[in-house]
Design a protein around this ligand. Structure first.
Ligand SMILES: [Zn+2]
Length: 764
């Protein structure tokens, strides 16, 4: 499922006891008749076939409709409660029938999402609720054993409003229109299915019927929509022809007979055969629409076929389905597009998921109110992606085929998944699951070659690798770190990949390469969701600049070459010089093979905490509201053998957002720091700053402002209350100004397109 709005996710859950005595009874089949012909309420009859699993006096069913009468094995019950249905005279292992007559004006969870919706132009149900406990909501439509594990088959008999038609889960067995114009249709779900995936709908549907050819058969495709042109809807679903075969290659056959979507007003939900799709997406080829169409279809494997055993492992369903969107993008647009898509989400997850979900959370045993949060969906996706990288694609997909076959129509929890995949792959996944599934946070790898200048062709190269946790104190065991080495000029091959494996906090890995390497890059192919995003950029030279938004950098070089930037969401290692108050929780490593030139520059982005921006929260907790923007500094070290120092820069931007522009593009590590201006003398080689002469300023004296800028700038003077008391534009460095200030302390701000600097002034 995919929400309409992220806001829904922040609602608090309500803890309550639910469910019946475990394993006392098994639902085998539901025969459900619902009359929706009023368009505003339903009248229902359900014949539920149950099997008694062990002797017990009563069994219960869940229900969120109003019960009119109940029969057990044909005997009318004195009470309309379904909580304690007598099982006297029924033997263990015996099937028995509970018949329920009921009605409902539509039941919707307090979250406003899951349940049975009656709207003016359509009626439909959504099978899960965000607030609902349990999250499954089959009970809004029929009496049932409402949980993720009790799977059954279904017959749905639907009477529609006159002139409307039904679209439901299952395969349509018959549909007839009566003399009043009401459609009577019968649908059959013959695969074992949990209650939350069963759906009915009615509207004046316009429909497309087509087929999707794939590896294991041609699947009928139906799309129900309203108020759209057929062609625009067809365009939105055109990629299914490549996506379904890809899914089948990766995860095994599609097991649900037919593929169906209907356009509904609230978010999207993966009902079997009858996906409720956010109606904005039904005729859209935009990325969000396409990835949602793919996500919901991915549930046909992740969730619908193999279902999480409890809501606490929802990442198996939702993370898996989101991973499917990436796989679908590869099928539709190629690997470069899907890698880019993944990288953008990895960056977003590293920056925001722990804020959205209020902590770094383990995927497993997720608290109820975060079941459908960003950790489940987005970090869940990252972990499926990493599992593929950890195992290698061939091994991973082969194991997934086997898992989907062995566990088809069943349930699995995180431990079971770990053990099954370990068995199928021959790779012990205990360490991987311990870190990424049972523990919170991410691992950051810092890699650098030792004495890169040494060695010749055929000789060994040593790489130092150190790990640190982000959002966790845990260390990852059985690390598998992909490294790509790039050759010095003059060799036949230009790059080669090696994988370092190690335990513990750090290691020295030794590799034999076919060339003398110039540098190596961490996980250049984005196999693994560590705490860094990595970008490769070909440099055009001739002073052409490039913008690398995902690593928050811009660069300009005079010479051609390759630029690799790793942007790590982790604290930089090593001692900082005196005067540094704190560093950012992120750092860059700039690598490459271009010939350095004094005309090069590099720009490093900053965004203040709380500043509304596409990349909000980038410097959360670092560049806080109380930090003066001119205490922001750019720190650099060549590598871990060298000390950090402050490099000179100019600032391009305002107090809230912008870039620090380093006057060279240096290879090595960079980070941002808040520095104490009083200690500036300690920090070398000095900052771009405003010089005010004289300061303090005597009454009647003129003020000179000096700044290293050839451009004109504006001078604004503020009092301590932040009120602007003086302003002049078109100023030049060294110009004499006469602001005529009252006695007091002021801030003088110098700004143009390139700089934004501030300094304190005392008027005597
Ligand atoms: Zn989903």
């Amino acid at each position: 499922m995919k929400t309409l709005s992220i806001l829904i996710l922040t609602l608090l859950g309500v803890g309550s006891a639910h469910g019946q005595a475990v394993d006392s009874v098994d639902a085998v089949d539901y025969d459900v008749a619902v009359d929706l012909s009023s368009g505003s309420w339903l009248r229902g009859y359900a014949d539920v076939t149950l099997r008694l699993l062990r002797p017990c006096a009563t069994v219960g069913l869940d229900m969120a409709c109003i019960v009119d009468s109940v029969r057990v094995q044909g005997a009318l019950q004195g009470s309309n409660s379904l909580a304690a249905l007598p099982t006297a005279g029924i033997a263990t292992g015996q099937d028995f029938h509970v018949e329920v007559w009921y009605h409902s004006p539509g039941y919707i969870e307090s979250g406003g999402w899951g349940g049975m919706h009656f709207e003016n132009s359509l009626s439909y149900n959504l099978g899960v609720g965000f607030d609902a406990d349990p999250h499954v909501m089959g009970r809004a439509l029929f009496p049932c054993r409402d949980n993720f594990t009790d799977k059954a088959t279904y017959t749905l008999r639907v009477i529609t409003k006159a002139g409307w038609t039904a679209e439901c889960g299952g395969v349509c067995q018959s549909a007839e229109t009566d003399s009043l114009g009401r459609e009577h249709s019968v649908w059959r779900i013959s695969q074992p299915t949990p209650t939350y995936l069963v759906s009915v709908s009615q509207a004046a549907w316009e429909r497309i019927h087509d087929t999707v050819p794939s590896l294991y058969g041609d699947y009928p495709l139906s799309i129900g929509y309203r108020s759209r042109t057929e062609n625009s809807v067809r365009m939105a679903f055109a990629k299914l022809d490549s996506v379904v075969p890809m899914y089948e290659r990766c995860f095994g056959p599609y097991r649900w007979g037919r593929i169906g979507y209907i356009a509904t007003p609230q978010g999207s939900m993966e009902h079997v055969n009858n996906i409720a799709l956010d109606q904005r997406f039904v005729n859209s080829t935009a990325e969000r629409a396409q990835t949602t169409i793919a996500h919901e279809l991915g549930h046909a494997w992740f969730g619908n076929l193999v279902t999480c055993a409890t809501a606490g492992d929802m990442w198996i369903n939702e993370g898996g389905a989101s991973f499917c969107s990436e796989v679908a993008m590869e099928a539709a647009l190629g690997r470069e597009a899907s890698d880019d898509y993944y990288r953008r989400w990895l960056e977003s997850v590293l920056r925001t998921t722990h804020i959205t979900d209020r902590d770094y959370r383990p995927l497993h045993d997720m608290p109820h109110q975060y079941t459908y949060g960003s950790t489940t969906y987005d970090k869940g996706w990252m972990v499926w992606h990493s599992l593929r990288g950890y195992l290698g694609e061939e091994v991973f997909y082969s194991a997934m085929n086997r898992l989907m076959a062995r566990c088809a129509f069943g349930n699995i929890d995180a431990e079971g998944l770990r053990d099954s995949l370990s068995l199928y792959t021959g790779v012990d996944l205990t360490a991987f699951f311990d870190f990424h599934v049972f523990g919170p946070g991410f691992v950051d790898y810092h890699v650098e070659m030792v004495n890169p200048g040494e060695g010749s062709q055929g000789q060994e190269v040593r790489v130092h690798i150190r790990q640190q946790g982000v959002g966790t104190a845990n260390l990852m065991r059985r690390n598998r770190v992909p490294l790509t080495f790039y050759a010095r000029p003059g060799f036949d091959s230009t790059s080669c990949k090696r994988v370092a494996t190690f335990d513990g906090e750090e290691t020295y890995a030794v590799f034999s390469l076919p060339f003398v390497p110039a540098y190596c890059v961490l996980d250049a192919d984005d196999e693994f969701s560590d705490a860094a995003t990595v970008i490769h950029q070909s440099l055009e030279g001739y002073g052409v600049s490039c913008t690398l938004p995902l690593v928050f950098m811009r660069a300009k070089t005079e010479h051609e070459g390759n630029l690799h930037v790793e942007h790590h969401y982790a604290r930089p290692s090593g001692e900082m010089p005196g005067g540094v108050v704190r560093t950012a929780d992120r750092y860059w490593i700039v690598r490459g093979d271009w010939q350095e030139d004094t005309a090069d520059w590099g720009m490093f982005r900053y965004i203040r905490t709380g500043f509304q921006h596409e990349y909000a929260n980038l410097d959360r907790g670092f560049l806080v509201l109380t930090a003066s923007a001119d205490s922001l500094a750019l720190m650099y070290r060549q590598d871990s053998e060298h000390d950090w120092y402050a490099v000179s820069f100019t600032r391009n931007g305002d107090a809230n957002s912008g870039y620090l522009v380093a006057d060279e593009l240096r290879k090595g590590e960079h980070t941002l720091a808040i520095v104490d201006r009083e200690h500036l003398g300690i920090v070398r080689p000095g900052f771009m700053e405003v010089q005010l002469f004289p300061n303090p300023l005597q009454p009647g004296q003129v003020l000179a402002v000096e700044v290293e800028s050839e451009e004109a700038f504006e001078v604004s003077i503020f009092d301590l209350g932040g009120r602007q008391v003086w302003h002049k534009s078109g100023c030049r460095s060294g110009q004499k100004l006469s602001p005529a200030l009252a006695k007091g302390t002021y801030f003088v701000r110098i700004e143009n397109n390139f700089i934004s600097l501030q300094s304190k002034l005392i008027q005597l």
